[in-house]
Design a protein. Structure first.
Length: 117
């Protein structure tokens, strides 16, 4: 059975691949679940997304978890991630700053095999 760490790494890889092939920045939980092969299991992404933050920090990547948002906030244009992401970045100003880092980051430079290691 795959661990939360495995799924966290899959989330980072899926996001890097998405940004390498498209201009899409924000991803709903449902879209991310589908991207990592867990279609319909979006409610189970909480624990892996918590690990995404730590893995991104260790790999010197922007926090991908800040751009995985719920469908309602995506539709409204609010782009609000989980409360844990909000807390980690000390509220809206820090969160928006980190989302800006994700947007500006050169995802084509990410060597996906290094994230898996």
């Amino acid at each position: 059975m795959a661990t939360n760490e495995y799924w966290a790494k899959r989330i980072i890889l899926a996001y890097a691949e998405l940004r390498q092939s498209s201009e899409q920045v924000f991803v709903s939980y449902g879209e991310m679940a589908e991207l990592i092969g867990r279609k319909g299991e979006h409610r189970l992404l909480g624990a892996p997304l918590d690990l995404v933050r730590a893995i991104c920090e260790q790999a010197n990547l922007p926090d991908v978890a800040t751009v995985v948002v719920d469908q309602k906030s995506l539709r409204s244009g609010e782009m609000k991630p989980s409360p844990k992401a909000m807390d980690k970045h000390s509220g809206w100003p820090g969160l928006r700053s980190e989302q800006g880092r994700v947007l500006a980051y050169n995802w084509s430079a990410v060597e996906t095999e290094n994230v898996i290691a």
